[in-house]
Structure formats: structure tokens, C-alpha cells
Design a protein around this ligand. Structure first.
Ligand code: FAD
Length: 347
């Protein structure tokens, strides 16, 4: 069988790359074992334009968020599922200094669209411990990137373009025309394996870091919190009284399994501010594909031109993936040069 592209890994990166390539009439074959502890299955998919202790705009957020929103909205229409949920983020400010920093940042040019001086707590006012003060972030969202990957997989399967299997690097043949793997030949193979890239003999030279995160899915009956709140941990409303709580951030880890320490940390942080009882429904963990300079990895292998990578989405896959998957597809189709900030040649 001959296709234009083989894609290894179908998290949010592989899914959106397949989507944009197919939009340009390219054929793909996607390999993935469907691993429950992949980052896209565990993440909340929060898009947060204002981050860090200094309340700065995330990298290139003015381009990334509108592109992400229009891509996810288009996919919602095509797939018939709900993916992109616009939700403001209430940000707890713990002392006078934090409040001053917040207020002064709201006056900076380009920040007024994303930050409100005065937060509207809604039901959080009654059901959480009162903190010193609060800020509110707009143009933020929760994106069901796991639902997106799972739904898109069904489309790929129906087209015979998906194989549920782990890719075996030793079986890859590099040919003058491209690559051959099992019975599939392609001009290029693109690796989108998230944190598992450390096992990829062709691209594990790249400076991946990796950061493990534990998360909880909890139930809080009969509440209608509509906004995300960040009070040391994020509490993210999903649906049917379910909420995502996370996450831990560990640079050192032995494996990708959930730990008792991670769960205890999250439960304690939640109990610090939530005045309501909650039931833990699920406890999960995964490793974020973080990169030392915090920029995605796009490009072709320096020696084998038919091998390429799209990875390094780090802690921000929901906002980065649409824009950079589209960029990668255009690069593969020779419609543009890679942006130097994301090109693996920088390493
Ligand atoms: C706890 C946690 C919380 C997070 N919260 C957020 C958040 O709120 N907002 C946000 O934007 N981002 C968040 N992230 C980050 C986000 O999840 C990632 O940036 C994004 O999901 C990475 O997508 P990916 O497709 O590159 O990797 P993954 O989602 O890990 O997908 C990689 C895929 O490759 C497959 N694969 C691996 N090896 C092979 C192989 N040999 N053969 C075939 N297939 C293979 C895996 O099965 C998997 O499906 C979070 C991550 C974690 C872990």
C-alpha cells in the first residue's frame, strides 16, 4: 500500500497533522497503540493566555488562540462533537503584592482583552474559602483534546487509515523514494509520539525534558461552577457534575503511573479552598512532552530527509497544536519554510 505520509502517534499532534494533511488531499496511515496514559488523554486542555507569577501573555498567544478556536470549531462541525468550551479562569491572588502586580498588568497595552480587574466569582463566592483577592482571565478555554483524538480516530479507521499498533523502529526501511514500514510505503514518516520520543532512535538526540503530571477527575454533586478556578491547582468544570483537578508537575519520575503522593497532594490542595465534599472518580497520570527551551520541535531529520518530527508541545498542546500542525503540513507540502523558533535545526 502506498500513502503520502505515515504518522506515528495520534495524540493531539498526530491528529491535527493528519487533519491538515488530509485537507490538502494527502493520504495518511496512522499508527498508535491507543495508550491511556498519553498526555492528550490525561490533560484538561486548558487554554490560558495569561500565565506564570508575573501574569505575562503566553508565547504568540494573539495568533495561536484565534487559530486554535477556529480550528476546533470547524472540527466540532465536521465531527459532530463538542470540543472547545470557552471558560473564563478565576485566578486567586494571595497577597497585596500579587494584587498590585495583577492590576498593573491589566493596564499594559495588549493585555486589556485578556484580563479583567474585577473577578466575578459566581457560586465560588459561597463555596470556596475567601482568598485575599482574585483576577479573571478571558479568551481562555477548556478543549477536549482526548475526545478530539478518539473521535477523529474513528474517521481514520473508517477510511482504513489507522492501525492500532505500536511502531517498531527496527522494521523501518529507508528507501531512495522515502520509507517502507510493513506493507506501507510513503514519501515521509512523521513522528508525533509525545514524551515517548525518548525511545525513538532517530530523534532522541533532541533535548526533551519531560514532566510528569497526576490529575484527578472528581464529582461535586449539584453544583454549577461554570468558570475554571486556579487556586494553586486548577479546578475545571467538565459536565455532569464532573471536574478535572490538576496537576502535579514532576521533572523526576520513575514511570508514568499515578502515585499516592500525587493524589494526596491534589486532594489536599483542593480541600484547602473548596468548602464542598467531593468524590474522586478517577486518578490518572501522564508525561508532558516538554522541551528545554519550551518551543515545539518541527522539522526533517538532519541526515534522513524522509523522516520528520512534530512534537514538543509541552504544557500547552491545546493552544499550540492547531497552529503548528498547520505550519508543519504547509512545510511538508513545500508551501512555506519552517519558523526558526520551532525548527529542530536550532538544536
Ligand atoms: C497532567 C497533564 C496536564 C496537562 N494539562 C494541559 C492543559 O491544561 N492544557 C494544555 O494545553 N496542555 C496540557 N497538557 C499538555 C498536553 O497534554 C500536551 O502538550 C499534548 O497532549 C501533547 O500531545 P502529543 O500528541 O504531542 O503527545 P501525546 O498526547 O502523548 O500523544 C502521543 C501519542 O503517540 C503514541 N505513541 C507513542 N509512542 C508510539 C509508538 N512507538 N508507536 C505508535 N504510537 C506511539 C501514544 O500512544 C500517544 O497516543 C497536560 C499534560 C499533562 C500530562
Amino acid at each position: 500500500m502506498k500513502v503520502d505520509y505515515i504518522i506515528v502517534g495520534q495524540g493531539v499532534a498526530g491528529t491535527l497533522l493528519a487533519y491538515f494533511l488530509k485537507q490538502q488531499d494527502q493520504t495518511v496511515m496512522v499508527f498508535d497503540p491507543v495508550y491511556e496514559r498519553s498526555a492528550s488523554q490525561v490533560a484538561a486542555g486548558i487554554i490560558n493566555p495569561i500565565t506564570g507569577r508575573r501574569y505575562v501573555k503566553s508565547w504568540r498567544v494573539d495568533e495561536l488562540i484565534p487559530f486554535a478556536k477556529s480550528t476546533y470549531r470547524k472540527l466540532e462541525r465536521e465531527l459532530g462533537v463538542s470540543i472547545y468550551h470557552e471558560q473564563h479562569i478565576i485566578r486567586t491572588l494571595f497577597n497585596q503584592r500579587e494584587e498590585n502586580d495583577w492590576l498593573s498588568r491589566t493596564g499594559d497595552p495588549g493585555y486589556e482583552t485578556y484580563m479583567l480587574e474585577q473577578a466575578e466569582l459566581g457560586p465560588y463566592a459561597e463555596y470556596t474559602e475567601r482568598a485575599f483577592s482574585y483576577g479573571e482571565v478571558c479568551h481562555s478555554a477548556q478543549v477536549d483534546i482526548g475526545v478530539l483524538a478518539n473521535t477523529y480516530r474513528e474517521i481514520l479507521k473508517a477510511e482504513g487509515a489507522f492501525r492500532k499498533s505500536s511502531f517498531d523502529y527496527e522494521l523501518l526501511q529507508i528507501t531512495p523514494e522515502g520509507v517502507t514500514y510493513q506493507d506501507v510505503s510513503a514519501s515521509t514518516i512523521i513522528f508525533c509520539e509525545g514524551a515517548k520520543t525518548v525511545d525513538n532512535p532517530f530523534f532522541n538526540y533532541l533535548p526533551f525534558a519531560g514532566a510528569k503530571g497526576d490529575v484527578l477527575l472528581i464529582r461535586i454533586p449539584d453544583q454549577r461552577f461554570e468558570k475554571i478556578i486556579k487556586h494553586r491547582v486548577f479546578l475545571v468544570p467538565l459536565m455532569n457534575d464532573l471536574y478535572w483537578v490538576g496537576a502535579t508537575y514532576d521533572r523526576k519520575y520513575e514511570d508514568d503511573c499515578p502515585t499516592n503522593t500525587g493524589r494526596a497532594f491534589l486532594e489536599e490542595r483542593l480541600a484547602d479552598f473548596l468548602k464542598l465534599p467531593f468524590e474522586v472518580v478517577t486518578h490518572k497520570a501522564a508525561i508532558r512532552p516538554t522541551v528545554k527551551d519550551r518551543r515545539p520541535f518541527l522539522g526533517r531529520h538532519p541526515e534522513h530527509n524522509s523522516l520528520a518530527i512534530f512534537n514538543g508541545l509541552g504544557t500547552k498542546g491545546a493552544s499550540l497544536a492547531p497552529f503548528w500542525a498547520h505550519h508543519m503540513a504547509e512545510f511538508l507540502l513545500k508551501k512555506r519554510k519552517l519558523d526558526k523558533a520551532v525548527d529542530i535545526k536550532r538544536c
